[in-house]
Design a protein around this ligand. Structure first.
Ligand code: AVJ
Length: 371
């Protein structure tokens, strides 16, 4: 065991990471506090010296942000002239379930289109990747997309990473029973600002799997930096398998983010409940409306919450007034062309790119090699 301290040392301190490890059954949790000096940086990736245990199933929770820094971040966005929040706050346990429901909607084409591409071209994709991978699933959610690749890909180790910790832990527990021979290392963390990998994640032949067009949440500049960080975290056999949503008719895009049933509206509005819980605001969900539309100039979907009437929101140390019609910008989802995304991958240093798409060219799956 590395030097990680048992629970009594768990105290809120700056520059510490809380690491939680779960035993085989994932039912009993042990909490460790990992001081910053137990972490080492390699190529911009923080390695946590967690146990290299022989267990087939390990769950590690790394949270750099403490409650106070979450509050500070959210309140800074809420107080800005143009109020905004990070899309990561859409995913509390209910938010993750609502997102699963979005993926079932007839209007929300990305999930089923991407699934069709994997089904149609699965063999060619697996062939481009080869065997013996360490499959690192960024934003794994319910792990279903990666699980469908297991038979063709036969990964040596599966490493799902997600900010929605309990949701991921439950999904992984089920998955391990289905695929008992694959080493599984679940990681609960926010990888959007930094990519943290405990050293129980194999270095060899890492395949970063980033499906669902989640990269769309980053601006193109942030995406470039993110792709460079992924590339730096790979050995020379490493690679990237990524799903990217493509620019298309505005009416189709608008409907995908403002569906008739109102599930996307519920997903967006749930952010207010989550914020009330996290920072003690008193948002009245009824006073707000969902807006989701394609901004073709910026080539992105924008989601906002719009005040239906004047809203005064209070929190322990302050308040903010929103005029009727004033908005909180909650998400961007950038859409690419094959050309614009190829440029991005090449700028990030990836080579030997392969692309697969659907007959309507609505969505694209790319594989890229580090070398
Ligand atoms: C999870 C970021 C890929 O942008 O399509 C779906 C999130 N927001 N509907 C997307 C989302 C509203 C989704 N991503």
């Amino acid at each position: 065991m590395p030097r990680i301290f048992p629970r009594p040392a768990l105290k809120k301190r700056e520059n510490t990471f809380v690491i939680r490890q779960y035993g085989d059954g994932l039912t009993e949790g042990k909490h460790y506090l990992c001081p910053a000096n137990e972490l080492s940086r390699r190529n911009g990736v923080i390695q946590i010296h967690a146990s290299r245990g022989s267990r087939l199933l390990q769950f590690i929770q790394c949270t750099e942000q403490n409650d106070q820094s979450v509050r500070d971040e959210l309140l800074a966005g809420l107080s800005a002239a143009q109020a905004f929040t990070s899309p990561k706050y859409l995913y509390d346990a209910l938010g993750s379930k609502l997102f699963e429901a979005i993926c079932e909607l007839p209007e929300y084409y990305p999930t089923r289109t991407e699934a069709l591409i994997f089904k149609t071209h699965g063999r060619a994709i697996a062939q481009a990747i080869g065997s013996g991978t360490t499959l690192i699933d960024l934003g794994a959610g319910n792990c279903a997309k990666a699980a469908r690749l297991f038979p063709a890909l036969q990964p040596v180790q599966y490493v799902p990473v997600d900010i929605s910790v309990s949701f991921l832990r439950e999904a992984l527990q089920r998955l391990q029973q289905q695929f008992p021979s694959i080493v599984m290392t679940g990681i609960g963390m926010d990888f959007s600002s930094e990519l943290l990998l405990p050293d129980s994640v194999r270095d060899e032949k890492r395949l970063f799997f980033y499906p669902g067009s989640s990269i769309g949440n980053f601006t193109p500049e942030e995406s470039l930096a993110f792709l460079q960080r992924i590339r730096a975290a790979c050995d020379e056999a490493g690679g990237l398998l990524i799903g990217v949503d493509l620019v298309k008719d505005k009416a189709i895009l608008d409907a995908a983010y403002d569906d008739a049933l109102g599930v996307t509206a519920a997903f967006n509005l749930n952010l207010l409940r989550h914020m009330n819980h996290l920072v003690g605001t008193d948002f009245d969900v009824q006073g707000w409306r969902h807006r989701g539309f394609f901004n073709d100039k910026a080539s992105r979907i924008e989601m906002h919450l719009e005040a239906a009437s004047e809203q005064i929101v209070h929190w322990p140390q302050g308040e903010r007034r929103f005029e009727r019609g004033e908005r909180i910008h909650t998400e961007n989802s950038y859409k690419y062309t094959q050309r614009s995304f190829t440029d991005l991958l090449e700028q990030a240093g990836f080579r030997k790119l392969s692309f697969w798409t659907d007959p309507q060219q609505w969505f694209m799956v790319c594989h890229a090699h580090v070398n």
